[in-house]
Design a protein around this ligand. Structure first.
Ligand code: VG1
Ligand code: CO
Length: 579
């Protein structure tokens, strides 16, 4: 093949957000748009990570993925990359990409040093919806801010990109290697099975035999909803073929480029079918309610865990996994190195860390901050309130791992009594609350509000922080049932491993009784602004841990809305989504 240098000019707004660049497909299909971003990424990497390197290119299979794979492959060839690895049909979940970078050895003994992941995660897909791209490094984790800032800078000055226009399109449907020769020598494309490396890793972490016993026990029943995302490419192989679940326990497990028209976000609002089956919908489900249900997002890094008529908050989930990991999961049998959560995630994990005397870290939102801790051997289990849970087996959050972790805990708690009554998901959570106290928790999202109005609201909240008496005056006016704000700031993170500082990571109001109100702007949307409001209250008194979450939190919610003048700034009387 030959190499062409194509003249181009910068596009505005190619700044990677919390997790890569996410825009409407209509934006991505503009001539040179994707090419500029990919070249800017190559130019941000050290030469050895491009020339002669092996790169993975795949994603959640959303609309425009195949075209993007062909373009990136031709640009990689032109930039001197030695090999491109592609999951069959262009499918690899985000956690599987991380696993492939870390573990996979190519047919010729090669190892990958990076990846372009093609996904907009939980955002809808299709010609009128979102596409996304992000770069992951050789540790398998998202590029750190040093690199994403450089990529962005490069996009603002880019003048040309390299492409191999006459390299034939890859057949991504068939496993195998194709060899080419370019001006600088050989270039190979390897299409490989999307699931086998990931499954191998899962089998090295969990006791599949004990999970199989649970899943095939007549006392247990199971349901998994992939929301037509890429988790479908793994679900049958893992849950049915390896672990013996019934085939009809999988719903929406065929990956689709528009996620069947749905919103592939595993929460109580968007995972409607699963929620109904689990007895948490508006009307009674037809069949028997399963003991355990779970869902994944588009790229399968998120998870929602449900018990029979019972919702597990993600903040509780990571705390419960951490509390039980050593006993229930062979990978952790030697002990946990430490645990970490993102700042807006509830402090349920903090309490476990304290009890178990574990190292504990609080990082900004987004998975890129956990990677440094893990690389330094400081953290084994981590999570976010946004349905993300994971461990140091890879450097991304991992939706199927979280399900296997919960199944392991259930298997462990039931190991001696599969004959008598099941210890349920709800039992496990209530027992956890009784031991550690309960963190009532909710998140309000105001999606697609006017970006200017959102900025003003945030500025207002920062300004208020300079006068706590005024803050407490407003809060008292809203409700007499909340305690006093004793501290207000914008969260800043000082990375203990590389010393880098990330500021303006969310506005915090901290209360005397441990309650917290947090306000952030989303960094993953593709239109307008999304305001996230996180509300948390800690209850240690065992007689008060059984309340309904929305009732327990009502006074704090009231205070938050007054404090932020939410309706005044945004015109919204209610959030778009409550999780
Ligand atoms: C959201 C979540 C954050 C998560 C990120 C990526 O970011 O709040 O916790 O890490 O999505 O998840 P933001 O900036 O919109 O709040 V995924 O599954 O979209 O890669
Ligand atoms: Co995701």
């Amino acid at each position: 093949f030959t190499v062409s240098r194509i003249q181009t000019t910068p596009f505005d707004g190619q700044k990677p957000g919390t997790s890569g660049l996410r825009k409407k497909v209509k934006v991505f299909v503009q001539p040179h748009y994707l090419e500029n971003f990919v070249q800017a990424s190559f130019n941000a990497l050290t030469e050895g990570k491009v020339r002669g390197a092996t790169l993975v290119v795949s994603g959640d299979g959303r609309y425009y993925s195949e075209q993007a794979i062909q373009i990136i492959t031709k640009m990689a060839a032109a930039n001197g990359v030695r090999r491109i690895w592609i999951g069959q049909n262009g499918l690899l979940s985000t956690p599987a990409v991380s696993a492939v970078i870390r573990e996979r050895v190519g047919v010729d003994g090669s190892k990958a040093t990076g990846s372009f992941i093609l996904t907009a995660s939980h955002n809808p897909g299709g010609p009128n919806e979102d596409f996304g791209i992000k770069y992951n490094m050789e540790n398998g984790g998202p590029a750190p801010e040093g690199i994403t800032n450089k990529i962005y800078e490069n996009t603002t000055t880019i003048k040309e990109y390299l492409i191999a226009p006459d390299l034939p399109n890859v057949d991504i449907t068939t496993v195998g290697v194709t060899n080419f020769t370019g001006p600088e020598g050989p270039f190979d494309i390897e299409v490989f099975d999307s699931a086998s490396d990931y499954i191998k890793l899962m089998k090295s972490i969990f006791d599949f035999e004990s999970i199989r016993k649970l899943l095939t026990s007549p006392k247990f029943s199971f349901c998994y909803d992939a929301l037509h995302g890429v988790a479908g490419a793994y679900a049958k192989r893992i849950f049915v073929d390896e672990l013996g679940a019934q085939e009809n326990s999988l719903i929406n497990c065929v990956p689709k480029e528009d996620f069947g028209g749905g919103h592939p976000d595993p929460n109580l609002t968007y995972a409607k079918e699963l929620v109904a089956r689990m007895g948490l919908g508006k009307s009674e489900p037809e069949g028997e309610v399963p003991e355990f249900g779970a869902a994944a997002d588009g790229d399968a890094d998120r998870n929602m865990v449900l018990g029979k008529r019972f919702f597990v908050t993600p903040s509780d989930s990571v705390a419960i996994i951490a509390a039980n990991a050593v006993e229930a999961i062979p990978y952790f049998s030697a002990g946990l190195k430490g645990v970490a959560r993102s700042m807006p995630t509830s402090a349920a994990l903090d309490v476990v860390a304290k009890h178990l005397k574990l190292k504990f870290f609080e990082v900004p939102t987004g998975w890129k901050f956990f990677g440094n801790l893990m690389d330094a051997g400081l953290c084994s289990v981590c999570g976010e309130e946004s349905f993300g849970t994971g461990s140091d087996h890879i450097r991304e959050k991992d939706g199927i791992w979280a399900v296997l972790a919960w199944l392991s805990i259930l298997a462990y708690k039931n190991k001696d009594n599969l004959e008598s009554k099941l210890v349920s998901v709800e039992d496990i959570v209530r027992q956890h609350w009784a031991t550690y106290g309960r963190h009532y928790y909710t998140r309000y999202d105001y999606e697609n509000v006017d970006a200017g109005a959102a900025k003003e609201l945030m500025a207002h909240l920062v300004k208020l922080q300079s006068s706590l008496p005024e803050v407490n005056e407003i809060i008292k006016g809203a409700s007499s049932d909340v305690s006093k704000v004793v501290h207000g700031d914008e969260f800043e993170y000082n990375d203990p491993v590389d010393g880098s500082i990330s500021s303006h990571q969310g506005i915090r109001y901290l209360f005397e009784d441990g309650s917290r109100l947090i306000f952030r702007l989303s960094g993953t949307g593709s239109e307008g602004a999304t305001i996230r409001l996180y509300i948390e209250q800690y209850e240690k008194d065992p007689s008060k841990i059984g309340r309904l979450s929305n009732e327990a939190l009502a006074p704090l919610v009231e205070a938050a809305l007054k404090l932020s003048k939410m309706e005044e700034f945004t015109g919204r009387s209610a959030p778009t989504v409550i999780t």
